[in-house]
Design a protein around this ligand. Structure first.
Ligand code: HEC
Length: 113
């Protein structure tokens, strides 16, 4: 009985800890001072660097809030060459500051603002 209780306590501690680390913040290492706007910060980055090759072609359509939001993890992964081919195709990678803006937008709930 005692060991069951001990097990339950460990389980609760473990799940609380998991919440703290993951939670609703997909990129906990990124510091986001300002609030990011989809229309004035995020969409222009994608339009300037991605939409030309990803408007109904090459596997991804990145044209609006809905499809950009749905593909956020592939977008950030490919911008970092992490788990995906590096994008923009052929490089160079975008500046970290732009990638971080996208990560902040994701951390802030991928708002259509
Ligand atoms: C010059 C054209 C071009 C540009 C610009 C471009 N892509 Fe791509 N992208 C491609 C092509 C072509 C593929 C398919 C490559 C393949 O299947 O081998 C691709 C594949 C991808 C994939 C899937 C990669 C994988 O490993 O599964 C993602 C995600 C992606 N692009 C995101 C982006 C993002 C985000 C941007 C803007 C930062 C971007 N792309 C800019 C041409 C481009």
């Amino acid at each position: 009985m005692k060991s069951l209780l001990f097990f339950l306590i460990i389980l609760v501690m473990f799940s609380c800890n998991k919440d703290k680390v993951g939670g609703n913040v997909p990129f906990p290492d990124v510091q986001c001072a300002d609030s990011v706007s989809f229309s004035s910060d995020i969409l222009p980055i994608i339009q300037d660097n991605c939409t030309g090759c990803h408007n109904n072609q090459n596997g991804y359509t990145l044209t609006n809030h809905q499809n950009i939001s749905a593909n956020y993890s592939a977008i950030v992964g490919s911008m970092k060459g992490n788990g995906f081919q590096l994008m923009p195709q052929g490089g160079p990678a975008l500046p970290d500051s732009l990638i971080q803006k996208i990560q902040c937008w994701v951390n802030q709930g991928r708002k259509n603002n």
